[in-house]
Design a protein around this ligand. Structure first.
Ligand code: SAH
Length: 351
């Protein structure tokens, strides 16, 4: 760390935390030409240099300007577990904290699930990430670097990003929005907004704010229950924002964006998986432009919840279908490699 402080210098910015617009403005504010931002982004994100001195077609002044004011860094990959269709990474951040990202190989492309915070304060009872509590938000560059490090490691471009790793994206809203700007920018990593999904446990004011975000990014809501009684018993956030408020904010989001929303629903044995729950969920979501993603619970040794039986999941699925609710069952990835949220990190933190 001391080494970093000496070499990086006060006021220097991490290049991976700077959006294209930020960099254009930086050049303009310094009475310089904003097209230099195009050149720099091209070298950083298309050619993936790791030192500004590698920029070949730019002036010496620009290189000096960049070297004096911006720096590169990396995340350390401290563990990687691979199964047939999934790889799970554990990264060490510059202050020693750890976060995870999961890469999934589909027939339509390669997706990554990234973390947005170190730990999480949302306190969902079934979730491993929440057990260790939030330590801090991730900086923009720490989210961008999860993408870059993985792409370098697998030597392939990622096609989809989901913000469903450790943390609550809407509890780190501003950094998440800037991260989306950078990965979505045609001048930057250039992943289409329709290929980016943000998942929230239901922070209502932020769902409303997100409705006015000008990019066509997908929204997923971790609902997990058809009523307040069950939701109260498994998700602390439901004490702050009730199901009715979530549904209202989602309707507002759809009215502003015209986009279909995903409701995630973890199937927890004996908790939220009955036929009555399926019927109640169907009437709650009736008429909303949405679909439900039923998630087989990934069991973890520290938490008592169990996954629902296959038959129970299929019955639940059929009831939603019959009631004209769009529904899918999530394919199970990587349960052998501790792929559920936060499992690899907690394994390391607790030994
Ligand atoms: N905080 C955000 C994003 C991170 S959690 C959110 O709540 O949406 C991403 C998704 O994984 C959520 O739907 C969460 O409920 C789910 N999840 C957490 N632990 C899980 C487990 N053990 N098995 C299956 N899904 C899990």
């Amino acid at each position: 760390m001391l080494f970093d402080i000496i070499t990086i210098g006060v006021g220097m910015k991490n290049i991976y935390g700077v959006s294209f617009e930020d960099l254009e403005n930086y050049f303009l504010e310094n009475n310089d030409k904003k097209f230099k931002a195009v050149q720099v982004f091209d070298w950083v994100y298309k050619k993936r240099i790791k030192d500004f001195n590698e920029m070949r077609n730019v002036s010496k002044e620009t290189i000096k300007e960049m070297t004096d004011n911006f720096y590169f860094d990396r995340l350390e990959i401290i563990d990687k577990k691979t199964d047939i269709d999934v790889s799970k990474y554990l990264f060490k951040l510059s202050d020693g904290e750890k976060v995870e990202a999961v890469v999934m190989y589909h027939d339509y492309g390669t997706s990554i699930c990234i973390s947005t915070q170190v730990g999480c304060n949302m306190g969902c009872r079934f979730c491993e990430s929440g057990r260790l509590k939030k330590v801090r938000n991730l900086e923009v560059h720490e989210m961008v670097l999860q993408i870059l490090m993985v792409e370098e490691d697998i030597k392939t471009r990622l096609s989809h990003i989901v913000l469903m790793g450790i943390g609550e994206p809407f509890d780190n809203y501003d950094n998440v929005i800037k991260f989306i700007d950078i990965v979505n920018s045609g001048k930057g990593i250039d992943i289409g907004s329709r290929h980016i999904t943000v998942s929230t446990c239901g922070i209502v004011p932020k769902i409303i704010e997100f409705a006015n975000f000008d990019k066509q990014v997908n929204l997923a809501i971790s609902l997990h229950a058809p009523n307040n009684k069950i939701r109260d018993s498994i998700m602390n956030i439901n004490k702050a924002y009730k199901i009715e408020e979530i549904i209202e904010s989602v309707k507002y989001y759809i009215s502003k964006t015209n986009r279909r929303v995903t409701f995630e629903y973890i199937m927890l044995k004996g908790v939220n998986d009955s036929a009555e729950c399926a019927i109640e969920l169907s009437s709650l979501l009736k008429g909303i432009n949405c679909y439900v993603n039923l998630i087989p619970y990934n069991e973890t040794s520290h938490i008592e919840y169990k996954k629902s039986d296959k038959d129970t999941i299929l019955k639940f699925y059929d009831i939603l279908k019959k009631n004209n609710i769009g529904v899918t069952i999530r394919r199970e990835f990587g349960s052998k490699v501790n792929a559920a949220c936060g499992q690899l990190r907690s394994h390391y933190e607790e030994g």
